[in-house]
Write a protein of this length. Structure first.
Length: 590
């Protein structure tokens, strides 16, 4: 039993597969170590940190998505290892490698003792199409668990066909499909892919009889999958509203062309080798698109010419998967225009289906690479090695183009500067405002405030609390003293050098002009003894500790209804606090 279980990893081809896994682990592990959190990671972590682990939280609508298992993962990370990138990087890498291992197990069952399986594994493991989603935590959660569940379902079906034990395999396939659906909606593509594989494997029938044979041989599986997907879609429609679909026919064609011709095909070919990157959109050079499409046409022609008896069905399955994937993108994101199709995140699940379908097409075909007839074992080894080396070179250039734009090093520098300044002086208080768009887009409103995204940090930063050391966050993440961009001063007090004498009785401090909006207030004072001073306006009040000697305190005046002409102050001490100056204004942006 043990010998059979590890048979896929033995021999020269098994060693080659282990080498591909090792290279993947080293390269992607190194790239992950240099990457960092970005955009959605920050505010999703903030939401999770501020939430209790309830059913309402798990099924919360997130930009048209309902992903209970992702929400659970976010909650566990936010409460157990917030902003610990090495922990998440290891987790991302392990799921990536698990997908590669599952791909090899499938390829080994479909193409035993064929060097073509080594080539296909290299394509799946090294394609730059999955790189962007790997380096970004939120995107990796959308990709790798879904792909892993999809590959697990296919592997279980292939093993069922070869070894029997239908009940065990049906239950296992339904389980991984349910996990995939609870993780991400894109897992609705698992049942169609599994069905397509079953049709391609129905070797006892020919032509359209393959479909009826697959339906008949696995009836219980299809019934369970229909029930799973149907129940999921009903629940999903009640829990969320999908926005961003629609668009004119021209827009739909533009998105489709960008998605397939300019993103998926160049990525599968190892590209893009040159082009422009704007935000998340990767625009390959025209020659890259042309060359990639020509390579794809050549591969398809060779598969049709030199593949096995199910080659046409295998390519039909791939076409159906790509069409369904495209339909999902159009239904949810078409209104964004053609640029959305250039984002590799949306096409990054295509490689696993492409590799599986290519293996189905080659199964039962002529020996060698399946694409060209190679007479000797040595020729097959050399041929496979040359193809793998060529693909590694192409993928290396594609990876080199993408990495500088998607490792999020600027985000790392920003957060590390912020945390270092807090660690140097934990008594600092941060003025709460929206983070820069480079860190978190303002589209999420208050969820992009520093208090929300940085609240879970282990340094436990304080925001908007009265303090003698109020700080603003600079564009580089460093904390800086507050300076005003224009002020409204208080009317001088009537108590001589004391200014406004604050005692247990409320003292009114009037501004030269009424103020409105969320502002910073600076209170300069001196006292002979410590006491607590309360500052109030309308329904708002804050207290600060007035220390001995000349000092100042900074407070954040919220956006109160209507103009604020004055504030009231009183103290709980027996010695008066002399308030010599009060100024209100907006912090100057560093």
């Amino acid at each position: 039993m043990t010998s059979k279980r590890f048979a896929a990893w033995r021999g020269a081809q098994g060693l080659a597969a282990l080498g591909i896994v090792a290279v993947t682990a080293l390269v992607r592990g190194w790239l992950l170590a240099g990457s960092y959190f970005n955009q959605d990671d920050f505010y999703m972590t903030g939401r999770a940190a501020e939430s209790d682990l309830t059913w309402d939280y798990l099924v919360r609508d997130f930009a048209g998505h309902v992903n209970p298992l992702q929400q659970l993962t976010l909650w566990v990370v936010a409460h157990g290892a917030p902003y610990q990138w090495p922990v998440l990087a290891v987790g991302i890498l392990l799921v990536n490698l698990l997908a590669v291992v599952l791909a090899w197990l499938i390829l080994s069952r479909l193409l035993p003792d064929r060097w073509s399986r080594v080539v296909l594994l290299a394509v799946f493991a090294w394609t730059p199409l999955t790189l962007v989603s790997t380096l970004w935590w939120s995107a990796s959660m959308f990709l790798w668990p879904h792909v892993t569940c999809s590959l697990a379902a296919v592997w279980l079906l292939v093993r069922w066909k070869q070894e029997g034990a239908p009940v065990r395999h049906v239950l296992a396939i339904l389980l991984v499909t349910a996990v995939g659906l609870l993780w991400h909606e894109r897992s609705v593509l698992i049942p169609p892919l599994v069905f397509g594989v079953a049709v391609a494997l129905a070797d006892r029938a020919t032509g359209w009889r393959r479909v009826t044979a697959a339906l008949r041989d696995h009836a219980w599986l299809w019934g369970g999958m229909v029930a799973l997907v149907g129940g999921f879609l009903v629940a999903h429609s009640r829990l969320t509203q999908v926005e961003g679909g629609g668009g004119t026919p021209r827009q739909l064609l533009g998105v489709t062309w960008s998605f397939l011709g300019r993103s998926a095909v160049p990525g599968l070919a190892g590209g893009p080798w040159t082009g422009e990157i704007d935000g998340g959109a990767v625009r390959p050079a025209t020659w890259v698109t042309v060359v990639s499409l020509l390579l794809a046409a050549v591969v398809l022609a060779l598969l049709l010419r030199g593949g096995g008896p199910a080659r046409r069905w295998a390519l039909a399955v791939l076409l159906g998967y790509v069409a369904a994937d495209t339909a999902l993108l159009l239904s949810g994101r078409a209104a964004f225009g053609a640029v959305i199709g250039l984002d590799p995140r949306y096409s990054s699940d295509i490689p696993h289906a492409a590799v599986v379908c290519a293996a189905l097409a080659l199964r039962g075909g002529p020996p060698g690479l399946g694409l060209v007839r190679l007479a000797t074992v040595r020729a097959r080894v050399v041929g496979a090695g040359c193809v793998v080396a060529a693909y590694a070179l192409a993928a290396g250039f594609g990876t080199a183009l993408l990495v500088p734009h998607f490792q999020n090093k600027a985000d790392r520098a920003f957060v590390e500067a912020f945390r270092a300044d807090l660690a140097a002086d934990p008594t600092q208080v941060v003025f709460d405002e929206l983070a820069p768009a480079e860190l978190v887009l303002p589209l999420v409103g208050d969820d992009s405030r520093y208090s929300h995204i940085f609240g879970p940090l282990p340094e436990h930063p304080a925001f908007d609390e009265p303090s003698p050391r109020l700080r603003v966050v600079g564009p580089d993440g460093h904390l800086r003293p507050v300076t005003f961009d224009g002020t409204v001063d208080a009317v001088p007090g009537r108590d001589g050098d004391c200014g406004h004498e604050v005692t247990s009785a409320a003292t009114s401090v009037r501004f030269a002009l009424p103020v409105e909006g969320r502002l910073v207030m600076r209170v300069q004072y001196y006292s002979d003894a410590e006491s607590t001073v309360t500052v109030a306006a309308g329904d708002w009040s804050e207290r600060f500790l007035a220390r001995r000697g000349p000092n100042e305190a900074w407070l954040v005046l919220p956006d109160l209804p209507g103009p604020v002409p004055s504030v009231a102050m009183w103290s709980d001490g027996t010695v008066p606090v002399c308030v010599t100056d009060v100024a209100v204004g907006l912090p100057e942006q560093p």
